[in-house]
Design a binder for this molecule. Sequence first.
Ligand code: NAD
Length: 483
Amino acid sequence: MNDAVVEFPLPGRFPDIDQRLHPMLALQRKAWLERGPLSPARRDEGLAGLAAALRKYQEALVDAVRQDFGHRSSHETKLADLFPVLAGIRHARRHFRRWMRPRRRPIDLLFRPGRGRVLYQPLGVVGIVSPWNYPVQLALAPLTAAIAAGNRVLLKPSELTPRTADVLERLLAEVFEPAEVAVIQGGADVAQAFVRLPFDHLLFTGSTSVGRQVMRAAADNLVPVTLELGGKSPALIAPDYPLDRAAASIAAGKLFNAGQTCIAPDYVLVPRGREQAFVAAFRSAATRLYPTLAGNPDYSAIISDRHMQRLRHLLDDAAGKGATLHVITPDGDLPDPARRRMAPTLLTDVPETAAIRSEEIFGPLLPVLAYDGLEQAWQAINSGPRPLALYVFSDDAGTVERTLERTISGGVTVNDTLLHCVQEELPFGGVGASGMGAYHGEAGFRSFSHAKSVFLQSRVNGAWLSRPPYGPRMDRLLSFLLR
Ligand code: NAD
C-alpha cells in the first residue's frame, strides 16, 4: 500500500502548510488501509488512557486555560471543560459495544426469506476543529465520540488558547500514536488548509460565519460535515413564572465563563411591563453570584482585547441608538478593562437597528425585550435565524408544550439554563444557522459511523419472477406491485 491512495486537492493556497499537514493525514489513512479501524479493545484502552491522562494533567490544563484567558475560574474549567469529557468517556466506554452491534431490520414479505441488517462502520479519518471558549471540552468530547466509533483523528485546536493546545498535544501523544490521533496547531491559515483536507468526516465547532467557509471548503472533496455553530439563544419567561427564579437561572447561565458560552442565553423575553422588575431580579441574582468583580476568582476574563472591543462596541452602538444600559457593579467599582473583566450589563429599550439585536453577543451583556402575549414572543424567536438553544420558564405544562411546538432550536432546557448540553443521552447540535448534525453519547457515535445497509439474499428466493423475458407472468406481478 502506498501514499498515493490519498488524493489531495493540490495545490492549496498555503503550500508550506499543506506540506506539513498532508503527511499527517497520509500516515493515518495508510494505517487505516493497512490495519483497519481501531479494534473495540483499542478504543476502550484509548478512552481509558485519555481519562487517566486528563486526571494527570488536570492542574496543567486548569493553569493553561487560566493563562490563555488572562483569568478563568478554575472551578469553571473543571466543571465545564473536564467534567463533561470525563463523563462522556465513562458513558462511551460503558455503551459503545452495544452501539456497535449490527441491527436486524424487518424485510418486506416480497423479498423474504432474504434478511436485512445495518452495520455501523467507522468512517476512517476524522478532522476536528475546535474553538477557544471551552478549549478542552470542545476538542475532546468530539474526539471521544470519534474514537468510540473506531476512527482516527486529526485535531486542530483554536489558536486563541495556545497553552491549552500545547497541553492537549502532549497529553494526547502519551495516549495515542500519531497514526491514531494527532494535533495540528496554528492560526487561521492552518485552519483553512486543514478544512480543505480530504477527511472522511469533519466536525467543526465555531462561529456561523466561519462555519459557512468550512462547509464550502469541505464541499470540494465532498467531505461530510457536522457543524456546531453559534447564534442568539433566547430565554422566554412566561407570565406565570416567578421572575426572581428565572432571573437566578438566567444570571447563572449568562455569567458562567463571562457569557462566552455558545448556549448562553443571548437575550430575554419578558411580559411587557415587567422589564424593570426583571432588571432588579437579575441584578440581585448576579450580586449574590459575584459579590465583587475585579479580583473575584470566580468571574472569568474576556478572551482577548479584540473581543473586549467588540463587546464595548455592541454597548456603545446600542446606547447611541437609544438603549438604556444597566451596568452591574456589585461592589461599586467598574472592573479594570486592562484585565479584560467586563461588568454584567442589561439593556432595555433596545431598538431593532442596534447590532446587539442581530449579532451573537458571546459576553456578559443581556438585552431585555418585552412581549405582548406568547404568540408575539414565538414570532420574535422565529423571525431570526434558528437558535442553538432555547430556555423557556413556565410551570404551565401547556405553555411549555406549545412553546416547544411553535419554535425550532437545537436544544431546550425548561426552567433552567445550559443543562441540556451535559446530558449524554441527549443529542447536542444546532439546526439551520446554528449548525447541522449532532454529537454526545450515542448521537456522536452515529455521526462518526457509516450506517451500512446489508441485504442477504437467501438460497431459495423469488427474484427470478421479476427478470426477463417479461410476459404475462411479469404483467400479473406488476399489477400486484402497482395495486
Ligand atoms: P471561530 O469560528 O472564530 O473559530 C473556531 C475555529 O475555527 C478555530 O480553531 C479557528 O482556528 C478556526 N478557523 C478560523 N478561521 C477559519 C477558516 N477560515 N476556516 C476554517 N477554520 C477556521 O470561533 P471562535 O471565536 O473560536 O468560537 C466562538 C464561536 O463558536 C461562537 O459563535 C460560538 O457560539 C461558537 N461555538 C459553538 C459551540 C457549539 O457547540 N455549537 C460551542 C462553542 C462555541
